[in-house]
Design a binder for this molecule. Structure first.
Ligand code: CMC
Length: 391
């Protein structure tokens, strides 16, 4: 029979049972596998969080070192993948390139597609955790005309990522503790967020048994949009525009409130949080610390703080429970770390990778049925075909 009710945007539809991430939007609580985001951001490193999200428990030293070793063994990317990257114009948006490269990776790793057993899944998971940072770094290096290279397997996951992105061929790479710790924290804060748009995409694509990499490639495309992960790029562009326009924050608050103006305050509001996004709180503090530690003064941070201060007191935002979200301050840190604006959403994807993987694995292990929502048909009733001469 047909259905009689719909839920546009699935605002009130549960799609699955999940044991990965707990989120209480009213109270502003976020936990991965029961551990608070505040504690993980402070005490864990990103690779531990990857293991925790995917396999359900914090790793022992032995488990972590095996995980690390298994990932490192897969850190090569087929040289022919470079030809695919070369085919893109330099101006191509990194998210489009990354999604395409992730998809292309399937052709070079056909054994990672049809994975049913836990062991086969593990193989595909360590492959993508190893190769994804290489693809992300290559995407950035290509834009900057830097030679494509690999990292250094003697380094930790995040340090290695940073090296792959920034190492210059004629300079010895020197790791900066402040930079790498900030990066680690940002990746942890982005690592999972239950059934958001990209994660639901990964689960729904995976539910047809399309394979992990194909599901991830679709997730990257979903993340790209400015209402989702693309907001971090949009925030900085907005703050820059406000700065260029003389820094008049009140004017932009008024624009955001004006229902005849399509402008929205980017980095504000959330489908689930009707309170402070706990990630935004941590990132705001980290932004102050990182900029302080690196001795950077960014006028855009003051504009962001000014906007937030006004918005949080404004009736429009208060009534609608609109608070700064994860994307509001993250770009300011990325910028301080020398990451180009168009790469911000790629950084988000690097962080979200373990979450997508964990959700895909959970969906497959629970043998969930293919995702297939219903509709209410509102089109024409049956009508007779009209010959072209009669139309
Ligand atoms: N600026 C101005 N008004 C807003 C904003 C905003 N940023 N966000 C929501 N509203 C208003 C909206 O116009 C609506 O007003 P009304 O009830 O008068 O029609 C009300 O608040 C509810 O908004 P909604 O669009 O129905 O809420 P949603 O759950 O469909 O959308 C959202 C959530 C995140 C897409 C939206 O808040 C938004 O577009 N924010 C800006 C983009 C952004 O920062 N996205 C990142 C989200 S967090 C991390 C991530 O997912 O990547």
């Amino acid at each position: 029979g047909g259905i009689t009710t719909i839920d546009p945007g699935y605002k009130n539809t549960g799609s699955c049972e999940s044991a990965i991430t707990f989120l209480d939007g009213e109270k502003g609580i976020l936990r991965y596998r029961g551990y608070s985001i505040e504690e993980l951001a402070e005490k864990a490193d990103f690779l531990e969080v990857c293991f925790l999200l995917i396999f359900g428990e914090l790793p022992t030293e032995e488990q972590l070192s095996k995980f690390d070793k298994d990932i490192k063994e897969e850190s090569q990317v087929d040289e022919d993948m470079k030809k695919i990257l070369d085919g893109f114009p330099k101006s191509a948006h990194p998210m489009g390139v990354l999604s395409s490269l992730t998809s292309a990776l399937i052709a070079f790793n056909p054994g990672s597609v049809d994975v049913d057993s836990e062991e086969e899944m593990y193989g595909a998971i360590v492959k993508i955790l190893a190769k994804f940072p290489v693809l992300a770094a290559w995407t950035m290096r290509k834009r900057k005309s830097l030679p494509l290279d690999y990292g250094d397997n003697s380094l930790g996951y995040v340090e290695n990522l940073h090296k792959m992105m920034f190492a210059k061929p004629n300079e010895t790479y020197v790791a900066n503790k402040i930079v790498n710790e900030a990066l680690d924290k940002l990746l942890i804060l982005h690592a999972d967020h239950e059934q958001n748009c990209s994660t639901s995409t990964v689960r729904i694509v995976g539910s047809s048994h399309a394979g992990l990499f194909a599901s991830l490639s679709a997730g990257i495309s979903a993340l790209w949009g400015p209402l989702h992960g693309g907001a971090n790029q949009a925030v900085i562009e907005m703050l820059e525009a406000i700065k260029e326009d003389g820094g008049d924050t009140a004017k932009y608050i008024a624009k955001a409130k004006d229902k005849n103006d399509p402008f929205r305050l980017m980095g504000f509001g959330h489908r689930v949080y009707k309170n402070f996004d706990p990630r935004a709180k941590i990132i705001k503090k980290a932004a102050d610390e990182v900029l302080g530690d690196l001795g950077i003064e960014d006028p855009v941070l003051d504009i962001a703080k000014g906007l937030a201060e006004v918005a949080l007191k404004d009736e429009y935002f208060v009534q609608r429970k609109l608070y700064p979200n994860v994307d509001f301050y993250s770009g300011i840190i990325y910028r301080a770390l020398g990451i180009p604006t168009e790469m911000f959403t790629v950084m988000f994807a690097l962080g979200r990778l373990p979450g997508w993987i964990a959700q895909w694995r959970e969906m497959r292990l629970r043998k969930e049925p293919i995702g297939r929502p219903r509709q209410i048909y509102i089109g024409e009733n049956l009508r007779a075909f009209k010959e072209i001469s009669e139309r």
